[in-house]
Write a protein that binds this ligand. Structure first.
Ligand code: ASP
Length: 332
C-alpha cells in the first residue's frame, strides 16, 4: 500500500435521496475525485474505506454488485487488506509491538446492531472473520488475547506466523533507534475502517488493524472498540476511524459521529465535529493524526482529519474513486 502523502484538502458534500441499485461496468482504480457534488438521488450499493485501500473496496464492491449483503462485502474487503503482506498496518505482515509480537484488533457490526470483536489476538491472519464468528457463534461480543486465538483455532482458523522478514527487520532497526520507547506519531498507523450499504439499503461496517507500530505489549487501540473505531446504526448510518486510537477512544468518536447524524448533521459535518472534539480536548493535537469517514442511510458520505494526507477510497456505480479529506490543520 502506498504510504500517505500530504495532499490538498477537498470538500465532500454528498448525494441525496432515493435508493437505486446501481451496477455499472467502468472501473478506474484509484481515480481521483477532488470534489463530490450533490446529485438528485442516492445511489446504492456503495462502499467507502479509509486510506487508499483500493483493492479492499474493489473486493467489497464485487460482493455488492452481485446483490450480496453489506456484511459479506465488509468481510471480503477487510480480508483483502489483512492478507496483503506489503501492508504493514493490517493483518498478516503487520508491524509488531515493541517486543516483536504482531497483535491484531478487529471488529464488525451488522445491520441488526450485532457486534463482534477480537483484541490483541496473535497468530491468526484474519481477525475480521474471527470477529464475525464471535458475533454470530458466541453469546459474547469481544474476545481477547489467548482466548481469541483459541476460539479462532476451534472455529477452524489456522495458526500462522504473522511477522514477515521485512517487518522484523524494520522492528530491529526501530529498537536500536528508539531505545525501546513506544512512539506516538502521525506515520505509524493506517487501519482499514470500512462502511458498506447493500442494494437493500442495509449498512454494515468493519475495522481491522495491527494497531500502532511498536506499541507497548498489551496495548489496545480504538479500532476494535464499539463506538470508537466503528459504529453502525442501520437506521442512521455508520462511522469509522483511523489514526491515534487513544484520542478516538477518549471521545468515543464513531458513536459521536453517528449520534450527530441522528440529530440531523450530514456525514461531513459530523466528521468535522468529531475531529473538533479531539482538537479542543487535547492541545497536543499537532503531533498526531486522526481521520474519520461516515456514511448515512441516504448514501451521503463525508470524511475529515486533523492533518492533511488522509483520504478515502469509494466504490459506487462500478467506479472507484479516491477522495482527499479536508483537514483541521493545513500543511504550510
Ligand atoms: N487506530 C489504530 C490504533 O490506534 C491505528 C491506526 O489507525 O492504524 O490502533
Amino acid at each position: 500500500m502506498e504510504r500517505r502523502k500530504f495532499l490538498k484538502k477537498a470538500s465532500v458534500s454528498g448525494l441525496a435521496l432515493a435508493i437505486v441499485p446501481a451496477i455499472a461496468s467502468c472501473v478506474t482504480e484509484g481515480e481521483k475525485e477532488n470534489k463530490v457534488t450533490a446529485t438528485s438521488k442516492t445511489i446504492v450499493p456503495v462502499v467507502v474505506a479509509t486510506w487508499r485501500f483500493h483493492n479492499a473496496t474493489k473486493a467489497a464492491w464485487e460482493v455488492l454488485e452481485k446483490g450480496g449483503e453489506s456484511i459479506d462485502a465488509i468481510v471480503a474487503g477487510c480480508r483483502t487488506e489483512e492478507a496483503d503482506l506489503k501492508n504493514t498496518t493490517v493483518g498478516n505482515g503487520g508491524a509488531p509491538d515493541r517486543d516483536g509480537n504482531v497483535t491484531l484488533d478487529a471488529c464488525i457490526m451488522n445491520k441488526n446492531g450485532g457486534y463482534g470483536a477480537v483484541v490483541c489476538m496473535e497468530n491468526i491472519a484474519h481477525p475480521i472473520s474471527v470477529a464475525r464468528k464471535v458475533m454470530e457463534e458466541t453469546p459474547h461480543v469481544m474476545l481477547a488475547g489467548k482466548g481469541a486465538e483459541q476460539f479462532a483455532v476451534e472455529q477452524g482458523f489456522k495458526r500462522e506466523n504473522l511477522l514477515t522478514e521485512a517487518s522484523k527487520k524494520a522492528w530491529e532497526k526501530w529498537k536500536v533507534k528508539s531505545e525501546y520507547k513506544p512512539i506516538i506519531n502521525i506515520e505509524n498507523h493506517d487501519t482499514i475502517g470500512m462502511l458498506a450499504i447493500d442494494k437493500h439499503g442495509d449498512i454494515s461496517g468493519g475495522c481491522t488493524t495491527s494497531g500502532m507500530a511498536y506499541k507497548m505489549a498489551g496495548r489496545v487501540g480504538d479500532s476494535a472498540i464499539i463506538g470508537s473505531g466503528l459504529f453502525i446504526d442501520n437506521k442512521i448510518g455508520g462511522a469509522t476511524a483511523t489514526g491515534m486510537g487513544e484520542e478516538v477512544l477518549k471521545t468515543v468518536g464513531s458513536y459521536l459521529i453517528v449520534e450527530l447524524m441522528r440529530q440531523g448533521r450530514t456525514p461531513q459535518e459530523a466528521c468535522e465535529e468529531g475531529v473538533k472534539r479531539i482538537v479542543t480536548s487535547n492541545p497536543n493535537y499537532n503531533n498526531f493524526q486522526v481521520g474519520y469517514v461516515a456514511i448515512n442511510k441516504k448514501g451521503e458520505y463525508g470524511c475529515y482529519c486533523i492533518h492533511d494526507g488522509f483520504g478515502i477510497s469509494k466504490y459506487q456505480e462500478g467506479k472507484q474513486t479516491y477522495i482527499e479529506s479536508g483537514s483541521y490543520i493545513k500543511k504550510a
